[in-house]
Design a protein around this ligand. Structure first.
Ligand code: IPE
Ligand code: IPE
Ligand code: MG
Length: 247
């Protein structure tokens, strides 16, 4: 099926968030070590970013490493960090060619120094690109992000820069790391797991959820297009009745 031709490009989700899951199981299925799956997962990232650019999507956020992932075996964590460094440095030229701007969310200070340096370089180099914004969630968890926001708000109140009754949803949003990014309208998770795993909890309050059995290294831009076609068939009611929406 050619899903791309079925997409209504005037009604694209403003932002798609992706939980890239299943690399380890994919490697196991191929009789290989987990890192082999992570390496193949990079190909899927490339394909999805390319596809997002082709249809004119504005924002995509990829969950690449969670706060909880630090508890994985040391060798896997080290290999993932190494893969991150090499991928970023290899892809910067391509990102610039495709007019993609790179951003990150998460606790970047907790990443190894060479990762931070490489990321900062790539962010700086792509900052004026006006096509897709690719956000990598690294050492990210939603509870961490919300806790950080609460702390920053508390400091402002303590310093007399803010009154408690000035706290509203807008203010909380401006203290999240995603303050410049619209909320995801579509959240995709691969590998058949039906859970959120501490991802963008505030921001997905009204997102459409799309779960697929495909393991991340098998996921391509065609699968992204299929998810978007599925999204566009849904009626988003935001608490209203179906009849209200038709009037
Ligand atoms: C997702 O694949 C990548 C990361 C979490 C870094 P997994 O490594 O979680 O793969 P499975 O879930 O074990 O198959
Ligand atoms: C979620 O995947 C995190 C990323 C994709 C980076 P996990 O594989 O870590 O999630 P759980 O532990 O199965 O929920
Ligand atoms: Mg997993």
């Amino acid at each position: 099926m050619d899903y791309k031709s079925l997409i209504n490009t005037t009604n694209l989700p403003k932002h798609i968030a992706v939980i890239m899951d299943g690399n380890g199981r994919w490697a196991k299925d191929h009789g290989k070590a987990r890192i082999f799956g992570h390496k193949h997962g990079v190909k899927s990232v490339r394909s999805v970013v390319e596809g997002a650019g082709e249809i004119g999507l504005k924002f995509i956020t990829l969950y690449a490493f969670s706060t909880e992932n630090w508890n994985r075996p040391k060798v896997e964590v080290a290999a993932l960090m190494q893969l991150l460094v090499s991928t970023i440095s290899n892809e910067v030229t391509e990102l610039n060619k495709s007019n993609v701007r790179l951003l990150t969310i998460g606790d970047l200070d907790s990443l190894p120094n060479n990762c931070c340096k490489e990321l900062e370089r790539a962010i700086e180099s792509t900052k004026n690109n006006t096509g897709l914004t690719l956000v990598l969630a690294l050492s990210y968890s939603s509870k961490w992000e919300i806790t950080r926001a609460v702390k920053n708000i508390a400091v402002k109140i303590k310093n007399g820069d803010l009154l408690p009754n000035e706290i509203n949803e807008k203010l909380i949003e401006t203290h999240l790391q995603t303050f410049m990014i619209p909320d995801p309208e579509l959240l995709i998770r691969t590998s058949g797991e039906n859970r959120i795993s501490n991802y963008l909890l505030w921001q997905i309050a009204y997102s459409e959820l799309y779960f697929t059995e495909k393991l991340w290294p098998d996921f391509t831009k065609e699968d992204l297009f299929e998810a978007i076609v599925n999204f566009q068939k849904r009626e988003r009611r935001f608490g209203l009745t179906s009849e209200q929406l038709k009037n």
